[in-house]
Design a protein around this ligand. Structure first.
Ligand SMILES: [Zn+2]
Length: 105
């Protein structure tokens, strides 16, 4: 599968550091977070489902990271990537709206 990753800077001021990168820097230096791991405040996952339904144990999905700009406080999408996600993540939990192809986790 092609590794598709898009990264964005703050659309308001152009800053690339987010609150999460600042707040987690100490933990990274201590080794609590693996080097190179991407940290973000909020993650939204959407499966990509064709009309044929899922095949196998994983389905392709889109993972979008949201965070807050360290300089101006704007909340924006910092990173989007295509992932493989377990099918169990795509099944709506009780009391959640049924999903029609796309489902907010
Ligand atoms: Zn900003």
């Amino acid at each position: 599968m092609e590794n598709l990753v898009r990264e964005f800077v703050c659309p308001n001021c152009g800053e690339s550091e987010t609150i999460s990168t600042i707040m987690c820097r100490e933990e990274k230096e201590k080794g609590h977070i693996p080097e190179g791991a991407f940290v973000s405040m909020e993650k939204v996952v959407s499966p990509i489902m064709g009309s044929g339904g899922p095949v196998g144990l994983t389905v392709p999905g889109i993972l979008v990271h949201y965070d807050v700009c360290n300089r101006c406080g704007t909340r924006y999408c910092v990173r989007a990537e295509k992932i493989k996600m377990p099918i169990s993540m795509t099944i709506p939990k009780q009391n959640q709206e049924p999903f029609g192809g796309f489902h907010r986790q």
